[in-house]
Design a binder for this molecule. Sequence first.
Ligand SMILES: O=C(O)[C@H](O)CO
Length: 325
Amino acid sequence: MSVSRAFKVLVTHPQVPLPALELLRSRGAETIVCQSVPPSRDEILQKVAGVDAIYWAHYQPLNASILDAAGPKLRAVSTMSSGIDYADVAEFKRRQIPLGHTPGVVKNAVADLAIGLMIAAGRHFHAGRTSIETSQWVTERIDWLMGKEIRDSVIGFFGFGGISQAIAKRLQGWDVAKILYTTRTRKENDVDFKAEHVPFERLLGESDFLVVAAPLTDQTREKFNAQAFEQMKSSAVFVNVARGGLVKQSDLHEALITGQIFAAGLDVTTPEPLPANDPILKLPNCVVLPHMGTQTMKTTIEMSLLAANNIINAIDGKPMIRSAY
Ligand SMILES: O=C(O)[C@H](O)CO
């Protein structure tokens, strides 16, 4: 059933894919599209007054100041991201304003990238490239750039939602030794991936590749710190595709320098963007990417449509497809 009357949606970024805008418009939306790149808070605050819905397409704080500026007609907000650590979810709950986000559809693109990082870090892509650029291509050494294989390795996941499960599914054909994961409660479908639910200490102590794919919350913030790295194998490869805030980056830097762990692959850092002179970029055993896990056109369009459908459902008085609370 279509939405019966016109409603106004503020879209906070001019590059939201057209299919999502067309979907909103086909359901009666008047779309007010912000034009600034990067998005300007002033423009948002100026245009948001009186809208029925907000399509939040970037990572600026989504908090009471935006909700106040929107006013009493606001009935739906959806982000175009899976992670919503920049949103004040408690404030949405308090005001009973539906907040949607776009998990699920991001899993395949992020899983591909995570496996890329496992290989890139485990096999010294960064050091290899640097050695060419600095004329240090050491062909005479047999032990040069010796890396870690996924075959016969214990793969550990911190978090076992859609992204981890998409990685585990892909790895079924890679002859891994074991798949372990740590979450608050056991996932009933873990048998589908031959994965074992283990306490955090076992995950740290046994993983050859440890992949972080869990939301950033007060409970997970800086979970990977000096104490955690000390419990990991010196041969371990650490990969983070979640949020930089789950890792105490100075402790990771130390663990990589001292050989506490073997290597790291990071799609997310603190801060973002990472300054060009950040010490983590200088480490030969660390591959760093600029938070590009979902950056494929296919996934971006799926995320944009899910955000639009979240809004349409809420305006129709139905539950959002993926609600943040
Ligand atoms: O949360 C997400 O959707 C991805 O990390 C992109 O930010």
